[in-house]
Design a protein. Sequence first.
Length: 246
Amino acid sequence: MISCYIIDDEPHAIEVLAKYIQQTPGLQLTGTSTNPLEALQIFRDNGYPDISFIDVDMPQLSGLDLAELLQDKTSIAFVTAYDKYAIRAFEQNAVDYMLKPIQYERFLKCINRLNSNKARAGQEEKSGGRRDHFFIQYEMKGKIVKLDYDDVIFIEGMKNYVVIHTQTGQYITYITMKEMEENLPPTQFMRIHKSYIINLDKVVALDGNMVHLKQKHEIIVGVSYKDTFLQNLKDKMIRTKRLPGS
């Protein structure tokens, strides 16, 4: 049973969502509130629901600010009459962003998305928590792009932004190399130069200090990174156990 809570300063909006929750098998409405601060205290005292349906534009506290305070303790689906908050909403890792008036079919899509996320999270936990993709804000135009780890060949640092080179194109995002490095799986990605992070699965050959990657990309290994990179290659190298001359 998925526990649900509604936070909206419009009583009619609460009535609509409450009706949808009550008529949907597998969902349980644990409470509603027109005051986000009151709801926050209820959560702290009684525990957090599986999903919270939160209005964005509320007088006491905006839904976006409330989401920051909740800090991933509950999945969040934003409900609002305005589409201008969508980018900020998904930066909060929201399950969904629904525009009023919400139809039941649209509500069901939100629940299906929640169930899919829960199933995927369970699979990641069983496999050691590894994801197969990540999201970036592309070229600071309010566009969010999904990239698969396996599609990335290497990442190039350019001062305060990076260029992500993939098998299908290039993507620019405003983030530092350090931030990028900290958020990539270290078993698959390695920094081999102050300006380059490579996908180890895309390495074709090493010739001296030159790393050859798929699609004919070539990157020089930085002096301070070479020992770590070579050790990684040696750990995966197949060697003969035969003695010389045997």
